[in-house]
Design a protein around this ligand. Structure first.
Ligand code: PEP
Ligand code: MG
Length: 856
């Protein structure tokens, strides 16, 4: 054995610590496993004697500064068989595999044989030689895998193979064995591959490794011997259930190996169980597990060994389960009084909730990926490929699930999207049309999959690896992680159980920012209500014009020759809008509904292909050439910065007049004496206060007219969408005319960066990959730039009008980190897609709890 190098500053005797109830062992210095073992020792559980080596000690070992190994061995009985296991700060970061049966030599083999029988002792010695040869001495595994002999012969062959390969005999000094094991594990942690793997799981570059050296309960020998794991909860469902595995005459995690002839734990008519074989140990194990759950305040998996009927607890690991299990486990622990409600809320990852709201690809199912894009709307669905909305509708009529594959979607595709099970687009980003509508509908959606080839005319889709998929082929869109899969893997269904509702009710009691939903249709509104949204924060009215029968009238309105003709077309749209709004108000009874006046450029409603132009020409009684010319005339170079929003409202005022009338008439229809509806009307794309003044005057006039005609009174709240940088800067002046300001962070991000919402998908992944953007700013709100404009807007807006309501209605409201930025900026509420409402409710609660904890 090499001489121990001198101790370095920072390496103290605490670096090698016997785990006792009071020993100075902490997760940040000794790792999670060491700390957990101390907790089990404190509970007086039968944990074999264990020594913890700190991160500092292990770092020293990797650099050839060995601790006093003789002293370390002195902590154990002279012939104790030992194991060494890794103890990283976070168990998820992994570590080198455990090495068992350390300390067996030719000499101790004999005494071990007396204790547990010759055959068992020989088996353990042989296993140790194999493991040491391959994992510690790094000898060629094949030299040992080929040994067929068993028993004494097998051992002799293993020792001989070792000597042959290592060119020295198998070490017979326990200290040498242990030193080499420690060194190989310490070095493995420093290896490049291990470092990359753990960094991918979030470990910092300098993450440390602790090691625990533990006396072994052997699991092999006379009487009932074996090892296994047990937990009191099913990690897939989160429901209470004794689960685990036990294998007689086994060690470590052998019981969990595929094909192991493991036994049942509880008595079971189908076969022998641990309860039959060792009833006392079993009941002791159950009570230890229950105690660990209560005192360690988590569902724990207990790793145990039985030695001649006697139980030892080797380890306890926190059970991590599926998202649905995580919710149930957290809620049950709180309901059992083991943790507080606040702790339960902090234990569930908000994003995990959205997995529960949608069908998902079964995590166990085999996946055959064919492409990737932006995960724009969560959930997964399989179906036959269709390349147009008309085919999607035909497919739905045949009750055949389909995946709508488009270069990008436009408002014309909304009906096709309704009919499809999922959407895949070549272009677009987090706030492109397909993404926004997909999230609103709860429809799985992947956008910007531009590494696949979309041959729409040939009705073919080429996978990233070159495989060809045709119309009718079955694929799966996994909108949770942005992948496209070939075929239809097994799915797990969405599940909203009582625990989910309970957790969110607790969240509502904690949070200090409101959560509303963006909802355009009665179905959206119903979803918003089901998810307990605090109201509708944005109803994008233009989506209503794509309903069957309305598009043609809409187009007539667009093509109208003057205000009179336009009004005639709008008169046809009025009752339809009124009915829409009445239904929304009714569904949302008692809650606020914010309706945004018409926003998009008009040409979005016009056909783009020849067949559509011909159809329109027929409907309008015009020549195709005239229709084509008019459509062309309406084209804009930069439609998103052109004739849209309030600009349209001012230049074609009849549209807003009609919408205001529809809102007010619906208000009266849906109002009850004791529960009047107070609609919120919002003006989009404002950049100057004068725009608000002009629109307000007209809307007030419409309100006065409706009141006079109906002989009934009502009130309404006028709001402005702040989605241009200028509106943020002039928020004080704008606020003077408004009851509320709602910040549209989709457009605001687009305009602050000068980055097209619809085209950014093309280079976004490159930009994020190159580290130019930390994240897609349409996905994660940009704290520095857009965030600064929000903060300016809030401060100036409140200066302009005291008590004004401030909100966010861009997609960012449903993203947990972005929600935190909005909360810090002082917004009253966020509004996001209905399916993101639960995520936002939980995330908001977590921010509030964190602040309360910090405030002490
Ligand atoms: C926005 O711009 O943030 C917004 C909510 O409006 P839209 O997405 O409809 O442009
Ligand atoms: Mg907008």
């Amino acid at each position: 054995m090499e001489d121990a190098a001198p101790q370095q500053p920072g390496e103290t005797s605490r670096d090698v610590t016997l785990i006792t109830p009071t020993a100075p062992v902490q997760s940040p210095t000794h790792g999670g496993r060491a700390k957990c073992l101390q907790r089990l020792v404190r509970l007086d559980l039968p944990v074999p004697r264990t020594v913890a080596l700190s991160f500092g000690a292990v770092k020293g070992i990797a650099a050839e500064r060995m601790p006093d190994v003789e002293a370390l061995l002195g902590e154990f009985a002279p012939d104790a068989v030992l194991c060494v296991r890794p103890s990283s700060e976070d168990p998820d970061w992994g570590g080198p595999g455990a090495v068992l049966n350390i300390g067996i030599t030719d000499d101790t083999h004999a005494s071990l044989a007396e204790q547990i029988g010759r055959a068992a002792a020989t088996a353990l010695y042989t296993r140790f030689v194999h493991a040491y040869a391959v994992d510690v001495a790094r000898l060629d595994a094949d030299a040992f895998a080929g040994i067929e002999a068993e028993g004494e012969e097998g051992l002799a062959a293993a020792l001989a193979a070792y000597e042959e390969e290592a060119e020295e005999p198998f070490p017979q000094d326990r200290a040498v064995q242990l030193s080499q094991v420690l060194r190989s594990m310490a070095r493995a942690w420093e290896g490049t591959t291990a470092r990359i793997l753990r960094q991918a799981k979030g470990a910092p570059a300098d993450a440390g490794l602790g090691l625990v050296v533990q006396e072994m309960a052997l699991g092999l020998g006379h009487g009932e011997c074996g090892s296994g794991v047990l937990q009191l909860v099913n990690q897939s469902t989160g429901l209470p259930q004794i689960t685990g595995r036990y294998l007689s005459q086994s060690q470590g995690r052998e019981a969990l190996a595929k094909g192991a002839a493991s036994l049942y734990l509880e008595r079971d008519p189908r076969g022998p169980s641990l309860e039959d074989l060792a009833p006392e140990a079993f009941s002791e194990l159950l009570s230890h597990a229950a105690l660990a759950r209560k005192r360690l305040r988590a569902e724990m998996q207990m790793e145990f060994t039985i030695e001649n009927g006697r139980l030892f607890i080797l380890d306890g690991v926190v059970v991590t389960g599926t998202s649905r299990a995580a919710v149930r486990m957290a809620v049950r622990l709180a309901e059992d009084g083991i943790i507080t409600r606040q702790e339960a809320l902090m234990r569930v990852e908000p994003r995990a909730l959205s997995e529960l709201l949608h069908r998902q690809v079964d995590p166990e199912a085999a996946r055959d990926p064919i492409g990737r894009g932006i995960a724009a709307s969560p959930g997964a669905a399989s179906g036959r490929i269709v390349f147009s909305s008309a085919e999607a509708q035909a497919s739905a009529a045949r009750n055949e699930p389909c995946i709508l594959v488009r270069r990008e979607t436009s408002p014309e595709d909304v009906r096709g999207m309704h009919a499809a099970s999922a959407v895949l687009t070549e272009r677009g980003g987090m706030t492109s049309h397909a993404a926004v509508i997909g999230r609103g509908l709860g429809l799985p959606c992947v956008v910007g999959a531009n590494r696949m080839r979309f041959h729409l005319r040939r009705r073919e889709l080429l996978a990233e690896d070159g495989r060809l998929f045709r119309e009718g082929d079955i694929i799966t869109v996994d909108g949770t992680n942005g992948t496209i899969l070939s075929g239809a893997p097994a799915m797990v269904e969405a599940l909203l159980d009582d625990s989910f509702q309970t957790l969110l009710a607790w969240a509502d009691a904690e949070r200090d920012i409101g959560v509303r939903a963006n909802a355009d249709t009665p179905a959206d509104a119903q979803t918003a209500r089901n998810f307990a949204a605090g109201g509708i924060g944005l109803c994008r009215t233009e989506h209503m014009f794509f309903e069957p029968g309305r598009l043609t009238v809409m187009r007539e309105m667009i093509f109208a020759d003057g205000p009179e003709d336009r009004r005639a077309a709008l008169d046809q749209l009025l009752p339809m809008q009124r009915a829409d709004f009445t239904e929304l108000f009714r569904i949302m009874t008692g809650l606020p509904v914010c309706i945004r006046l018409f926003d998009p450029p008009l040409h979005e409603f016009l056909p783009t292909d020849r067949a559509g132009l011909r159809e329109l020409a027929e409907a309008l009684g015009m020549a195709v050439s005239d229709v084509t010319r008019r459509v062309e005339q309406m084209g804009e170079y930069n439609p998103m910065l052109g004739m849209r929003g309030v600009r349209l409202g001012l230049t074609v005022p009849e549209i807003y007049d009609m919408q205001a009338r529809a809102i007010f008439e619906a208000t009266l229809e849906a109002s009850r004496e004791d529960d009047p509806v107070v609609p919120e009307v919002m003006i989009p794309l404002v950049s100057t206060p004068r725009e608000v003044e002009i629109v307000k005057t007209r809307i007030d006039a419409v309100a006065a007219a409706v009141k006079t005609e109906r002989g009934r009174d009502f009130t309404y709240r006028l709001g402005v969408m702040v989605e241009t940088p200028r509106a943020c800067l002039l928020a004080d002046q704008i606020a003077a005319h408004a009851h509320f300001l709602s910040f549209g962070t989709n457009d605001l991000t687009q305009m602050t960066y000068g980055l097209s919402r619809d085209d950014a998908g093309r280079f976004m992944s490159d930009y994020v990959g190159m580290g130019v953007f930390e994240e897609d700013p349409f996905h994660l709100l940009d704290r520095e730039g857009v965030g600064e404009l929000l903060r300016i807007g809030v401060a100036r807006g409140r200066r302009g009008r005291k008590g004004i309501t401030m909100s966010i209605c861009g997609e960012h409201g449903g993203n947990p980190e972005s929600l935190g930025i909005c909360r810090d900026a002082g917004f009253d509420y966020v509004s996001c897609s209905p399916f993101r409402v639960p995520v936002a409710r939980l995330a908001a609660a977590q921010f509030a709890i964190r602040d309360k904890i910090e405030a002490g």
